[in-house]
Design a protein around this ligand. Structure first.
Ligand SMILES: Cc1ncc(COP(=O)(O)O)c(C=O)c1O
Length: 390
């Protein structure tokens, strides 16, 4: 009688990678520089905070529309039509979610029957794996190749498709590789999805954390994709709103009622006054994003330049995201072991590339966006000492 559901007991435990070890080191008073996870360093822009505070003061403390505030969904739909070029999206196609995690979870809940397969590109964002498994699906990992800059490998994806394949999960821009996929790569993926009648679940959480003016293409905007793409967004990274827990998705009409069924049974709806903050984020001054991005770009350039001076470390400059993903394979040390050594000896918490799948082995993921510039300088000095002494 005292047992948990097989759905829980028979799926792998959720791993937080180096987070737990780093948190223990911190609790023990060791003051590690925490760069193992992607928590934005910046504060949420003031006008967004003010909008949520004003909403509470104005009494917006009650239930709202289960799909999300109509005016937020209107604002999100306008943004998706204009910036993401999602054709014909209206407020009726949008569901406001409790961040990206909730959007992904309800999508897999709504899509997957037991043992339906979802293709993930590796190195992957590990937290998506658990959602696929908990909802009864089976993650199928397709490795991308560091040697060609982690380009989407449509031949490898085609080879992984079986009669049980239901969806392809795309993270664009990609965590942890920092890749911004080109329209040509996405077109190839879209053609595969169309040919095999698959859904593309598109996590675009880093759409506003792209450097050097590279264009972001939403796969749902490509011809033939509108009716088979779930396009998911969140304010988490771009607006430094990770603790607010808010995002939104646009889904095809055949799927949205199913997503609503899961979401309303689960959370009823996202916190009402938080949604006013999100509306201000979409409609308010966009220069704040330029400022946040400029800070991240400065940190990226400093991180990449510093890492490339360390023996055994080669680091390509990420096109997007707040992660450096240096190649440390020359050292011949498994990435998990190396990450633990770095935490224990250098006092810097980084993530092992292996945490992101086998294709991530030989790499480390370093979240430069999670710390201040002085902390970053300190971390790079510590890492330089560590690698020089190895
Ligand atoms: C690719 C990706 N998707 C989803 C998330 C989780 O987002 P949220 O905090 O909005 O649930 C993250 C956070 O690091 C991420 O990097």
């Amino acid at each position: 009688m005292r047992r948990v559901a097989k759905r829980i007991s028979e799926t792998p435990a959720k791993s937080f990678g180096m987070y737990e070890r780093a948190a223990r080191a911190e609790a023990a008073g060791l003051q590690p520089v925490r760069m193992e996870f992607g928590r934005p360093f910046a504060d949420t822009p003031e006008h967004i905070k003010q909008a949520a505070i004003d909403a509470i003061r104005a009494g917006h403390v009650h239930y709202s529309d289960p799909a999300g505030l109509p005016e937020l969904r209107e604002a999100a739909a306008a943004k998706l039509r204009e910036r993401n070029r999602l054709p014909g999206v209206t407020a009726d196609d949008i569901l406001v979610t409790n961040g990206m995690s909730h959007a992904a979870f309800i999508t897999f809940m709504a899509l997957l029957d037991p043992d339906d397969e979802v293709i993930l590109l590796s190195p992957y964002y590990p937290q998506h794996l658990g959602k696929i498994e908990l909802t009864g699906g089976k993650p199928v990992v397709v490795d991308l190749d560091a040697a060609n800059g982690y380009r989407i490998d449509n031949a490898a994806i085609a080879a992984a498709i079986t009669p049980r394949t239901r969806a392809i999960l795309l993270v664009n821009p990609a965590n942890p590789t920092g890749r911004v996929y080109t329209e040509a790569e996405l077109r190839g993926l879209a053609d595969l999805a169309i040919a095999h009648d698959l859904v593309v679940v598109s996590d675009e959480i880093y759409e506003d954390v792209i450097f050097d003016g590279l264009p972001h293409v939403s796969i749902g905007a490509l011809e033939g994709m509108a009716d088979r793409t779930v396009s998911m967004y969140a304010f988490t990274k771009s607006h430094a709103m990770d603790g607010w827990r808010i995002g939104y998705l646009a889904a095809p009409k055949w799927l949205l009622p199913a997503l609503m069924k899961v979401s309303t049974n689960d959370i009823t709806h996202v916190n009402t006054f938080i949604q006013y903050g999100a509306k201000a984020a979409i409609e308010g001054p966009q220069e704040v994003l330029d400022h946040l991005l400029a800070e991240d770009r400065e940190k990226r350039d400093f991180t990449v330049a510093s890492l490339n001076q360390m023996p055994g470390v080669r680091c390509a400059s990420p096109q997007a995201t707040t992660f450096a993903f240096p190649d440390v394979s020359a050292l011949g040390i498994p990435s998990q072991e190396l990450a633990e050594m770095i935490l224990d000896k250098a006092g810097v918490a980084v993530e092992a590339g292996r945490f992101h799948g086998e294709a991530g082995e030989g790499h480390l993921r370093i979240s430069f966006g999670s710390v201040s510039m002085p902390e970053l300088e300190n971390a790079m000095q510590r890492l330089a000492r560590f690698f020089n002494a190895l």
